[in-house]
Design a protein around this ligand. Sequence first.
Ligand code: ADP
Ligand code: MG
Length: 244
Amino acid sequence: MRPVVEITALRKSFGTNEVLKGIDLKVESGEVIAIIGKSGSGKSTLLRCINGLETFQDGALTVDGKPLLHDSPGAMRELRQRVGMIFQSFNLFPHLSVGRNIMLAPTLVKKKNAEEAVQLAKKLLDRVGLAEKFDAMPEQLSGGQQQRVAIARALAMEPAVLLCDEITSALDPELVGEVLRVVESLAEEGMTLLMVTHEMSFARKVSDRVIFMHQGRVHEMGTPQALFGAPETPELKQFLSSLH
Ligand code: ADP
Ligand code: MG
């Protein structure tokens, strides 16, 4: 089976600052990968390259076998439909109801009619445990609820892979669990997930593979048992001991 995401020798610089120094990564369908590492190690930039938010200087990147071509607007549009991304900040449209936030892309991009889009939004809200919030405005929801709506909105495009960039980092501690439970249920349902997280016990529990990034490289990669239980490099040992 062909990988959902395939990254080969990816290099990315901002000016003279090389931030990704040759990344190779294959993500198989249904795989859950946690990306860990110090601030500034390139985690967000890697995710942003995968969904086309950043260009890169060298290497290749394919999603569903299709190469990411920055000079082809049609290919980029198609790519963005196949890659869902959720950020630390919830980024809901504040002037639209929860239901309309979710309906927007299916209506505009997938040309679903209003009735289909409503049904889809209701189904997805139910999936993230917010069935009763269809008509609520984002500001009426807690941060955890808003983030769950953001997940539902990303799922509405039926992405081949969902990228999560520290999606619980901006939440009050008591709201983290409800968001992680939704992510865990997606993982159990077979969603392909690539998530940058500081929640190490969650990464250990849910992921199939963990990637430790250090200075723009995949410094260690392996099962959660291997990376957390028997880290090999001094850099990973130091990173893990800095967490507690
Ligand atoms: P992480 O997510 O692991 O904290 P980032 O991918 O955000 O790391 O950043 C990696 C490096 O790239 C950092 O040195 C950061 O300053 C730099 N960087 C990130 N985004 C930009 C940008 N838009 N312009 C210039 N430098 C950037
Ligand atoms: Mg980051």
